[in-house]
Design a protein around this ligand. Structure first.
Ligand code: DAH
Length: 350
């Protein structure tokens, strides 16, 4: 066996049994590098005659080509293997639950909705629902705001370009109060309902977003009184804010759908830069309330000579912001991961 044949055999053996890119590089260097075996052989051609050069040179080149192509093939093979190994080690099963340490969080709004539901249900209220796309009839008329009533302009309403029907133009509901009518029309009194959901108004700054959420509440019975309303709201807020000493103040106000109407405030003070509810003599508005207007009962097929009721409506983001210190309403809907990690809640410890 000539030296060249031996070199070829040993090179092919080494390449075939190599399983590492670095080692393969060393093999390549040992053959083709500056002092590599084939490089040396080619250098040695210098001292030979032209005939020998041509004959031996051709043989060396043939070995060179074979070794080269085997080397290249092996490089590709090892690179693919490395990549596959890496991919296998980085495999993520997207169907697995998110790992806790970097997982999703419960949105503060969801958390507050659950807390509000728990309280309302504990007082015997049943969850009611209504559509986001309402008609003028339910959003305004049944709430004692007839056509051209100035109160209709109190809300900057988004009207849709959908066809109007016997209930007037279609719009994005500006409050959850129309759910009161839907609930009354589908149930016989006495009843207690609450509703939570999106409402829409054309408004945008740090404390207003074009979409936000409200909780609505209505209780109808033969002897429901304003005192009941005040007691219930005070207890609801005490529970929600976990502040047993919370004071609630009713300020006379106007809503077309309630008579009398009130704006509801609760007391607070600032301690160490934080709002503390239930102590101090500062007052903060939390929503509107009142006794359901007889006309609203009539639109809901409830006889106002037999029944009366109370109702209130609060902003849910506002409640969440106050309870959990979330600034700027706009962040609620931007789905920023850092914001969610800061203000969201773990789905395990809640
Ligand atoms: N619908 C009112 C609003 O969006 C809030 C409200 C006030 C609801 C008084 C009520 C109520 O049920 O009695 O501004």
């Amino acid at each position: 066996m000539s030296e060249l044949d031996k070199l070829l055999a040993s090179c092919l053996y080494e390449i075939a049994s190599c399983d590492d890119l670095k080692k393969l590089d060393q093999i390549k260097n040992a053959v083709f590098g500056k002092n590599g075996k084939i490089t040396e052989m080619l250098k040695a051609l210098k001292g030979l005659s032209d005939v020998e050069k041509r004959e031996i040179g051709a043989k060396i080149n043939a070995v060179k080509d074979t070794v080269n192509s085997r080397l290249n093939a092996k490089f590709v093979e090892l690179e693919i293997a490395l990549q596959e190994k890496k991919l296998a080690s980085e495999f993520i099963d997207v169907t697995m639950p998110t790992p806790l340490h970097r997982g999703g969080t419960i949105h503060p709004l969801t958390k507050v909705m659950e807390e509000v539901s728990d309280i309302m249900v504990s007082y015997g209220f049943v969850l009611a629902d209504g559509p986001d796309i309402e008609s003028e009839y339910y959003n305004f008329t049944t709430l004692n705001m007839p056509d051209h009533h100035p109160a209709r302009t109190m809300h900057d309403t988004f009207y849709t370009n959908m066809c109007a029907d016997e209930h007037g133009r279609k719009l994005l509901r500006t409050h959850t109060s129309p759910v009161q009518t839907h609930a009354m029309l589908t149930h016989k009194p006495p009843f207690r309902f609450f509703a939570m959901g999106r409402v829409f108004r054309s408004d945008y700054d740090a404390t207003h977003t074009p979409m936000f959420n409200q909780v609505e509440c209505i209780m109808v019975d033969k002897d429901v009184s304003f005192a009941n309303l005040k007691w219930f709201i005070a207890n609801f807020l005490k529970k929600f804010f976990a502040a047993p000493n919370l004071s609630v103040r009713f300020r006379p106000s106007f809503f077309p759908f309630t008579e009398p109407s009130a704006e509801v405030d609760m007391n607070y003070e600032i301690k160490d830069g934080k709002m503390v509810f239930g102590s101090g003599d500062k007052w903060l508005e939390i929503g509107g309330a009142g006794m359901v207007h007889p006309n609203v009962l009539k639109y809901g097929n409830v006889d106002p000579d037999i029944y009366q009721g109370f109702a209130f409506g609060f902003g849910l983001e506002r409640m969440a912001s106050l309870k959990y210190g979330v600034p700027d309403l706009r962040n609620y809907f931007e789905s920023n991961e850092r914001w969610r990690n800061k203000f969201g809640f773990s789905y395990v410890t809640r």
